[in-house]
Ligand binder design. Structure first.
Ligand code: NAP
Ligand code: G3P
Length: 504
């Protein structure tokens, strides 16, 4: 691990061996609390490193510093901000293998997926720079509204909100902090990041990356420590202009309850349902379901989390899904096993509880229901009914229920009954029918003949109900992290001055 970190230039300034500091005002610091949090590798429980358990005072410090440095960044031109983001992207690409290796150790993500998360973030920064340069305002004359004339004209442009607090989840610790940092900076804001504790080390490298890319001291700051200890203070801080959060619906609802009067941009939990109709291409459908349900061991908000098949194809589809599931590689993330460890033992116990509940209530266990350490075998449950917890709860693990129905109406009803509304899927060759069903589904995005997923990252990405607040995706995030500023010109009576302007 240390060898990989030492490949990153100047990484020694951010750490003492594997004890990492937090970053404020362009300086790497140890917390005055004297406490640190150990990050354990979920695959083998080895200590990957330690991060500062920062104090409330240090939480105040990072926000105050970010606020004090707003002006210097607001005055930077759009072009210069775009160039900084592009430079940051090229640095990420240079360090992708090392950062991916660190991430793999931290969160048990397959090495290849971890590295691609770094490069995806670099591409996100590049696309944000390009989108930011296209941002324009508008001018409107009053006469398009009854009773007003062209003597009144509004001119609108966009301005930053101020200090953006970016809070990310463990499963994409680099990308889901970077996808907040980039639009925040491009919109002219300053930034405070609170990374997930499990997965805190990789996002800390944003301090090195952004400084090297040219972000002035104090514009970008990152503080570590348990959300349960410093989270409320950060969120409630009066100098925080907006909270951009990705994480569980439970935490999101808590943040919303304490944040007060400030914009909130949330990506939360999901229970994405795949509705499979009788005319679906079953090979394509089964591939999408297995990939969507089990990549990164199901630890994705957009994972396929329930399958609702029509009677005519249910048996065949389930047999295909089982055949493909049994072929999934299981084991060491460094060997790119699809099924690796869940993030911790507590999560494994939660998933096991869902399986036990379903089987206890009559679900048919098709495969899986086996655990070694934090690795849980991919588990398929057939004949799941709506009295079972797995029909409604988000496992964030490799367990997939099949809820058999007898009509499209029943499928829509069960899909919409969920508290979640992130994405949904419809598999059919009848696009007309797919559109009709899509219009009935209460979700942010419907995938037709494809697995639920966030990418590509310039698409709008949003959750309804308990799955989110607001819309993300590159240009949408830039807009969400800025606001219109309107200047209204009240001209003299049209032409009056012109007539007076004459010279004998
Ligand atoms: P989590 O437990 O909610 O934690 C998310 C982040 O919130 C972490 O940085 C956490 O810090 C912080 N936090 C915890 N309590 C806080 C508080 N009171 N105030 C402020 N911040 C606080 O979620 P997770 O376990 O990391 O991620 C898994 C969940 O996130 C799943 O439900 C998944 O569906 C959801 N998710 C959604 C999306 C999406 O795009 N919709 C993407 C990824 C994940 P600590 O780590 O220190 O606790
Ligand atoms: O759970 C993280 C969420 O953002 C999923 O991203 O691209 O794997 O669908 P993606």
């Amino acid at each position: 691990m240390i060898e990989e970190i030492e490949k990153i230039p100047n990484s020694n300034i951010m750490r003492d061996d594997l004890n990492f500091k937090y970053y404020v005002s362009g300086t790497w610091k140890k917390s005055s609390s004297g406490k640190m949090v150990s990050i354990l590798n979920p695959y083998n429980n080895e200590v990957v490193g330690k991060v500062q358990a920062c104090s409330i005072e240090e939480a105040n410090e990072v926000i105050t510093v970010a606020n004090e440095n707003r002006e210097c960044w607001e005055e930077i031109t759009q072009r210069e901000r775009a160039e900084v983001l592009m430079k940051a992207a090229s640095i990420m690409k240079e360090w992708a293998l090392s950062l991916g290796f660190i991430m793999m150790r931290e969160i048990g993500k397959p090495l290849k997926s971890a590295v691609s998360e770094i490069t995806r973030t670099a591409e996100y920064f590049e696309a944000t720079a390009e989108a930011g340069l296209q941002q324009e305002g508008e001018a409107i004359f009053g006469d398009s509204f009854k009773g007003f004339s062209r003597d009144k004209m509004s001119m609108t442009y966009r301005v930053p909100l101020g200090v953006i607090l970016c809070i990310g989840p463990f499963n994409y610790p680099f990308n889901l902090t970077g996808s907040k940092i980039a639009p925040a900076l491009m919109a002219g804001n300053t930034v405070v990041v609170k990374p997930p504790t499990q997965g805190a080390i990789t996002p800390l490298f944003f301090g090195l990356i952004l400084e090297k890319a040219g972000v002035p001291p104090g514009v970008f700051n990152i503080i570590t420590g348990r959300g349960a200890e410093i989270g409320d203070y950060l969120v409630q801080h009066p100098l925080v202009s907006m909270v951009s959060f990705t994480g569980s619906s439970e935490t999101g609802k808590h943040i919303a309850s304490v944040a007060g009067m400030k914009p909130l941009l949330f990506e939360l939990g999901g229970k994405d349902a795949a509705i499979v109709l009788d005319d679906a291409n079953l090979e394509l459908t089964a591939d999408a379901i297995v990939s969507g349900a089990f990549s990164y061991s199901g630890q994705r908000c957009t994972a396929v989390k329930r399958v609702i098949p029509m009677p005519g194809i249910a048996d065949k589809l389930i047999a295909l899904v089982k055949e493909k599931t049994l072929k999934l590689s299981i084991g060491d993330p460094e060997k790119n096993s699809t099924i690796g460890p869940l993030i911790n033992s507590k999560q494994c116990e939660y998933v096991q509880g869902l399986i036990n509940d379903a089987v206890g209530k009559g679900a048919t266990l098709l495969c899986g229901n086996k655990r070694e350490g934090n690795i849980m075998w991919p588990t398929l449950l057939d004949n799941v009914t709506t009295d079972m917890r797995i029909a409604w709860e988000e496992p964030f693990g490799p367990v997939l229920p099949f809820i058999r129905v007898k009509s499209a109406e029943e499928a829509i009803q069960i899909s919409n009954e969920s508290e979640y509304g992130l994405q949904g899927m419809i598999f059919t060759e009848n696009v007309d029918l797919a559109f009709n069903i899509a219009q009935e589904l209460e979700v942010g995005t419907i995938q037709i003949n494809g697995k639920s997923e966030r990418g590509p990252d310039h698409f709008p990405f949003l959750g309804t109900k308990s799955s989110g607040l607001g819309t993300q995706g590159i240009k949408y995030s830039i807009d969400a992290m800025s606001r219109p500023k309107v200047i209204v010109l009240n001209l003299s009576e049209r032409g009056k001055l012109v007539k007076q302007c004459k010279y004998d």
